[in-house]
Design a binder for this molecule. Structure first.
Ligand code: PLP
Length: 364
């Protein structure tokens, strides 16, 4: 069986480093917001070329905290894409704001920037740019739109750790930007975790309070915050993982190139030339998607759909029910994701390619 992800393999390949980090924390007697978190924040900020990083409890919290740090909440509208992990929407609602979604481009699954401005109203306060599958949105275009309308740009980098736009890392363009360290992400922890990055000192200081029930000094509360802290164990393990993020993304990149040059029956998404993807997911299209996935399952290859239902069709999303999102609708009917991670062996990728290329219509 070729698994969709293989976390055990990553752990056993690097066991001594993880054990050392874990033991250091267990022996330290300090488990929440300590030296490991501070060091990870410094190291991740340096990696991104962004001034500040604040460790938090999850990617969803990171997004909600981005909005809170910008003073965006009740009565405000936040524009984002119709195709994302539902967490993006949940975070907007957690902050008390109203999500407004925009259709995608069918060739890459990213927000269609030409359809954003028709959604901007007097209540619009921010755009959340989701760098889906590890490919950056057009941050140049988004920056211009945000400037013209005096609204905030926030990046959802949950899937894009290490991806670039132009000559900068994603997570260094918005006023505040969110990362997730959920285990499946390219920079994944051994549990939940997240971070906000910002170059803005006011936002940074606010975020330090917001993640820790609004306290600046212990027991002195300046604003209404939440409990969303990164713990020392996750931070120590993330420091180890950060050391291999670049190499891991490079390995993903060469496997993705092999897929692209070898697959004959499946259509990969378009790669944009304005940046470098981190190849978080390898998404392909096929008109007989369900049959293709069943065929691969029967040949011992796991696949998943990211995502089967666009935001506007979700039961939990009561808005925009009269609107049409033809690109997202069509996209979600055809896509699925092949296994792609650094621990995938050359033989496994060759086997996946052979099995895919042997698919015949009658297999459906
Ligand atoms: C994973 C993910 C999130 C949420 O992160 P959690 O750490 O699971 O809360 C948000 N947005 C996107 C695009 C994601 O992929």
């Amino acid at each position: 069986m070729i698994l969709f992800n293989n976390f055990k393999k990553h752990y056993s390949n690097n066991e001594p480093d993880f054990s050392r980090a874990l033991n250091r924390v267990l022996h330290s007697g300090w488990y929440v917001l300590g030296q490991e978190v501070a060091s990870f924040e410094r190291e991740f900020a340096r990696f991104l070329g962004c001034r500040y990083c604040v460790g938090v409890a999850s990617g969803t919290d990171a997004l909600a905290l981005c909005l809170m740090a910008c003073g965006i909440g009740r009565g405000d509208e936040v524009i984002t894409t119709d195709l994302t992990a539902y967490a993006t929407i949940a975070a907007i609602m957690q902050a008390g704001s109203r999500p407004v979604v925009v259709d995608i481009r069918e060739e890459d699954g990213l927000i269609d920037c030409s359809k954003i401005e028709e959604k901007i109203t007097a209540a619009t306060k921010a755009i959340i740019a989701v760098h889906l599958y590890g490919q950056s949105c057009d941050l140049g275009r988004l920056t211009v739109i945000c400037k013209q309308h005096s609204i905030r740009l926030i990046e959802d980098c949950a899937q894009s750790a290490g991806a670039t736009f132009s000559d900068g890392q994603t997570g260094a363009f918005g006023i505040c930007n969110a990362f997730s360290f959920y285990p499946t992400k390219n920079l994944g922890a051994f549990g939940d975790g997240g971070a906000v990055t910002t170059a803005d000192q006011y936002c940074y200081e606010k975020l330090l309070m917001l993640r820790n029930y609004g306290q600046k000094e212990r027991y002195y509360h300046e604003c209404c915050g939440i409990n969303s802290r990164l713990d020392e164990i996750q931070a120590a393990l993330l420091r180890v993982k950060l050391g291999s993020l670049r190499a891991g993304n490079q390995r993903r990149s060469s496997l993705a190139s092999l897929y692209r040059s070898s697959l004959t029956t499946l259509q990969p998404l378009v790669c944009r030339s304005y940046g470098r993807s981190n190849h978080h997911l390898f998404v392909v299209k096929h008109p007989q998607r369900d049959a293709f996935m069943r065929y691969l399952q029967n040949h011992g290859i796991q696949t998943l759909i990211h995502y089967p239902v666009p935001v506007h069709r979700q039961k939990a999303f009561p808005f925009q029910k009269q609107e049409h999102f033809p690109a997202a609708e069509a996209f979600c009917q055809q896509i699925f994701s092949l296994p792609l991670y650094p621990e995938l062996s050359d033989n496994e990728v060759q086997r996946i390619i052979e099995v895919c290329n042997d698919f015949r219509k009658k297999d459906g």
